[in-house]
Write a protein that binds this ligand. Structure first.
Ligand code: SF4
Length: 413
């Protein structure tokens, strides 16, 4: 039986987050996802002398996050004895890849399996890589399932199984870089579609499954490591966190993480947003917009992305477009228009293409960039239905929901 928990308040969420890191007896903790201080403590427990700890942490950090090794044996400047001791106590292995699919347009999707960690059984999540001209974006999940019930989103029908740990969040990035040959001395697979120059994974978006701000501590820890200058070194301007509008944690994101922000807006009036994105009942549009206005460091070069799924006859009128422009006044913003990807049983239809263009033109003329998202990796989505039905871990509806969120997505960096 899957363990499902409804999270209504911060206390319960924190309890779950704590439970998420509990390990099965015999399961070795991972050094991936530890802060430098925690890694220092781990080394101390492994017998490294106090005066050597700082230097050893630097070495490990370099091997893990610059060189991308996943085996202690590859850490050539660490003594053999210490490597053996670390290997006995800790792991740096990548997660299990259950499946990897590659679309004709170069989009890649990995189905990854993580240990139960209090959830009763192993959990599976998907990570999606989307190559484009000049950049490669990795869409990362933060939770298995979601506590929120956005009515246009299939994931909302799957209750939360558990939060992902910082290690599991970060592992999605490490694994993608492995598979794409994005670490020094690693080869890019033949025929892979990747940006012509620079990093293969140049941007990450916390837009996969789940609400990242309901797993704040783990997301923060993982993103601080991803942006650490002496390691993975991804600029915070190339990391986007997408939220449905957990207002208190938006303030914390600005102060404590400092990454780019995306908001799943989808409606410009509270009545409709209460239905589409029910967290709006707790944090209505006005409160959300104030948090956006207060977000630190905004400028024309650092804009908030507002995601807006186009639902026929629901939120796609010219009046909606006008209200949207009014609502965003004074906020450096861009608007991602997402053609709705219908799923079985969904109550909505995608807006007509002409209507999407009329809507986009109005917003453009008001001075906002409003790209219409082209769905990516459709061919592997089709094949994926098969894959889902074979899995006992996630129900078909759960996988479909995940795909819909990742590909139709919460926004882009
Ligand atoms: S849109 Fe995001 S926050 Fe809302 S139910 Fe789906 S995954 Fe959860």
């Amino acid at each position: 039986m899957p363990v499902t928990i409804d999270l209504k308040d911060a206390e319960t969420r924190d309890a779950l987050a704590a439970r998420a890191v509990s390990r099965a007896p015999g399961e070795k903790p991972s050094l991936i996802g530890m802060s430098r201080e925690e890694m220092g403590e781990a080394l101390g427990e492994a017998g490294v002398k106090d005066r050597q700890i700082k230097m050893r942490v630097q070495q490990l950090w370099h091997w893990l996050y610059v060189r991308g090794v996943s085996d202690f044996a590859q850490m050539l400047n660490v003594s053999k004895d210490l490597r053996a001791t670390l290997d006995e106590r800790y792991t740096i292995a990548r997660p299990e890849i259950v499946d990897e699919q590659i679309s004709a347009d170069g989009t890649r999707k990995w189905l990854l399996r993580f240990p139960p960690r209090g959830a009763g059984k192993p959990v599976e999540i998907e990570t999606v890589y989307i190559p484009e001209e000049g950049r490669g974006t990795l869409c990362i999940s933060s939770q298995v399932g979601c506590t929120l019930t956005c009515s246009f989103c299939h994931t909302g029908t799957q209750k939360l199984v558990r939060n992902l740990t910082a290690e599991e969040i970060l592992s999605q990035l490490l694994l993608a870089r492995d598979r794409l040959g994005d670490f020094p001395d690693k080869d890019t697979p033949q025929g892979a579609i990747v940006p012509g120059e620079g990093r293969k994974v140049s941007n990450i978006v916390m837009m996969g499954m789940g609400e990242p701000l309901y797993n704040f501590d783990n997301v923060k820890k993982a993103l601080l490591i991803a942006s650490d200058n002496e390691g993975l070194s991804l600029s915070r301007r190339r990391i986007t966190l997408s939220t449905s509008g957990v207002v208190p944690e938006i303030y914390r994101t600005g102060e404590e993480i400092g990454v780019m922000l995306a908001i799943s807006l989808h409606a410009v009036r509270d009545e409709l947003r209460n239905e589409l994105v029910p967290i709006n009942k707790k944090y209505p549009i006005e409160t959300l917009m104030q948090a956006c206005r207060d977000y630190p460091g905004l400028s024309n070069a650092r804009r908030i992305t507002f995601e807006y799924v186009m639902l026929k006859g629901v939120n796609d009128s010219l009046e909606d477009a006008r209200d949207l422009v009014r609502l965003l006044k004074g906020i450096p913003a861009k608007i991602n228009l997402i053609p709705f990807n219908p799923w079985p049983g969904s109550a909505y239809e995608c807006s007509d293409w002409e209507q999407i263009e009329v809507f986009a033109d109005f917003i453009n003329q008001a001075g906002y960039a409003s790209p219409i998202r082209t769905p990516r990796g459709r061919d592997i989505l089709a094949a994926c239905g098969q894959l889902k039905s074979e899995s006992e871990r996630l129900r078909k509806s759960e996988r479909l929901a995940l795909e819909a969120m990742m590909i139709a997505g919460h926004g882009e960096a």
